[in-house]
Design a binder for this molecule. Sequence first.
Ligand SMILES: *Cc1c(COP(=O)(O)O)cnc(C)c1O
Length: 477
Amino acid sequence: MELGYWLGRGVEAFREWAGTYGEFAAHTATAVDEAACAAAFEELTARLRGSYPFFHPCYAGQMLKPPHPVAVAGYAAAMLVNSNNHALDGGPATSAMEEEVVEQLAGMAGFAAHLGHLTSSGTQANLEALFVARESRPGTGVAVSAEAHYTHARMCHLLGVPVFTVPVDDRGRMDTGELDRLLSTGVAGTVVVTTGTTALGAVDPLHRIVPLARRYGVRVHADAAYGGFFRLLADEKADGEGAPVAPETGDALRALARCDSVAIDPHKHGLQPYGCGAVLFGDPDVARFFRHDSPYTYFTSHRPHLGEISLECSRSGAAAAALWLTLKLLPLTPDGLGAVLAAGRRAAVRWAELISASPYLEPYQPPELDIVTYYPAAPGSPPPRLSHVGAASKEVLHRGMNAKEDPVFLSVARVTADAFTARRADAVADGDDTHVLRSVLMKPESEPYLERLHQRVEQLAKASWPAPRASGSATGE
Ligand SMILES: *Cc1c(COP(=O)(O)O)cnc(C)c1O
């Protein structure tokens, strides 16, 4: 897939189509000078070099990677039209594509029927689900786990809905006993279940939460913004080899089919550029909560417009086109897009083994998906002291990213002292919280690069003890 060629082909196809409407004069008001353009463009590309190398496997930090070239080509081709999927008036071609990809996402989740649409983000998708939750369970609150994405509390505040935080177990998953206790009080009408938490990639036991919630007549919304695409790895393979995720994780992901709503971000694990989340509802009747009229749009068709089932107005039609083209080539099957996720998952499992065997690193917890958490081990492995763990983790982060040669980009996650000691009972809790290292291995390229990444991180960890510098003017190595 030669990106330059397909970008050019997109421009050409647009011009061919535009040409069918006949000649017209371009206006001088928008004309730009070729030399000025060249200078400004060079300045732009130079400034972009101030980014971190998300494309390279030496970047093993946050949930960031470039879109697939197919998505870029599809996006650019459609962006030339710049359709708006708010209404069929704005994007007849790309609205149809959106319906098709949403159907594929609903199929992946296992929904028998669905109502859904793309959104500009996972936050927006969750907001719409929480809005429908509020309308369907008026006067009740929302239960979220302590590890749920921070935007849930924020969006509930926006919606004027109380939030109840449910503690997590020693792997960062919602504690079902605690949830049961909360639901028995009747204060929560909806539970938000995270299948793939942002910090740890922990999958709440959705398969156990759904029956529990049903017993109390409580709605279930799955925040699968990060983890939703791992549904492709949840089933046993035909050859009898086990599924790439643990059986309990597979059970939780299969239970997406039984939720009232699901948020999934194609701009996280669906190879898309930003601006592509999705919300799915199992009951198409929830469309009634979105009912509104627009004096400006909805003229060209009596078919429902996507804007009639969405809280956003303008939305990129190109985002739908990009996802549509990507799923044509890498469909939502274990061998299609699933193979991309499986490589990252294998890399995470393998790295966790290497970390456990290393004298310089300690695992924080085993990876449930493709997020690895770990921290530098003190020489001789005495009980970890939280302040040292945090300082050494940050030291590794800073030394790695500032290294003149062979830089490596990691991230850190803040964890409470309770969470740490739940995993390491002998830890010395000399503070309320600490930081551990966190690597999201969401690029399949991480798999063949893993030994090198591990060696480099080991080297950095070794150099960060025994005297982690208290504050961080990291000057590189
Ligand atoms: C990323 C993420 C979100 C927020 O999605 P955006 O697309 O960044 O708005 C919500 N929940 C989870 C679990 C996430 O990982």
